[in-house]
Design a protein around this ligand. Structure first.
Ligand SMILES: *[C@@H]1O[C@H](CO)[C@@H](O)[C@H](O)[C@H]1NC(C)=O
Ligand SMILES: *[C@@H]1O[C@H](CO)[C@@H](O)[C@H](O)[C@H]1NC(C)=O
Length: 218
């Protein structure tokens, strides 16, 4: 399963009891709770998977109450990466979306969009494979966007994790949330990032980052 960091205590108490989790993530926040993320998209480059192990690599959104995480998880457990979208883990309980295998060094385009006042829509595309799933999560106020590496009893041994063309949209006219550096959880991650490009139109601010390269443990 996949857990957000704030639920670490819960996570250690329940499903992944026996294994040690290691987190690396970058996180962007809304300036205040009146603003919400309304889109999060990127091109995610699959690293070469070293072995079958519980590697979870994902972009995701967390809500103000940190009730869970809406995410697209690249999962290494079978020995071949599999990527799919879903809401982890309860409140509400939703079925996981569809997905597909991805080969190392291929790029998957990931799009998460708040499509209306009910639904978010996830679209994943890699080569000729594409899946779309709808999740009734618009009532959540997503105030955190994360690029995360979540590892259970395995080290970050797959090299850099690269995200290209990262786009975040938020219903605010503020821009510092984009132009300032993201939170680097526990200063755990070495990363390089291109300078964000920010624009505001009709009350929506768009933040575009051409390259986020999570190069390894700090
Ligand atoms: C952002 O959108 C949410 C959901 O529609 C709304 O509740 C909130 O008031 C909006 N905030 C701004 C600043 O427009
Ligand atoms: C990411 O960083 C690593 C380590 O510096 C580098 O070798 C690699 O070329 C970078 N990837 C991209 C796409 O810039």
């Amino acid at each position: 399963m996949k857990f957000n960091a704030i639920l670490l205590v819960l996570a250690s108490l329940c499903l992944e009891q026996a294994s040690a989790v290691t987190w690396y993530f970058l996180r962007w926040y809304t300036p205040d709770t009146s603003a919400e993320f309304i889109k999060f998209s990127m091109d995610m480059v699959a690293p070469t998977l070293p072995q079958a192990a519980t590697y979870y690599l994902w972009p995701g959104l967390q809500d103000v109450g940190t009730s869970g995480v809406y995410q697209e998880v690249m999962d290494g457990r079978s020995g071949t990466w599999w990527i799919g979208a879903g809401w982890c883990c309860s409140n509400p309980t939703l079925s996981w979306g569809g997905g597909f295998n991805v080969a190392g060094q291929t790029t998957t385009t990931i799009d998460m969009v708040r499509t209306d006042n009910t639904d978010w829509t996830s679209t994943l595309t890699q080569g000729t494979q594409t899946v779309t799933d709808v999740f009734p999560l618009s009532y959540k106020n997503f105030n955190q966007a994360l690029l995360a590496i979540e590892l259970y009893s395995v080290a970050w041994d797959f090299g850099p994790l690269v995200f290209k063309n990262v786009v975040m949209e938020m219903n605010t006219t503020q821009t510092a949330w984009c132009t300032s550096a993201p939170e680097n959880y526990n200063s755990a991650t070495s990363y390089t990032m291109s300078t964000p490009v920010v624009s505001t139109s009709n009350g929506i601010t768009t933040c575009s980052i051409a390259l986020v390269n999570m190069t390894g443990p700090a």
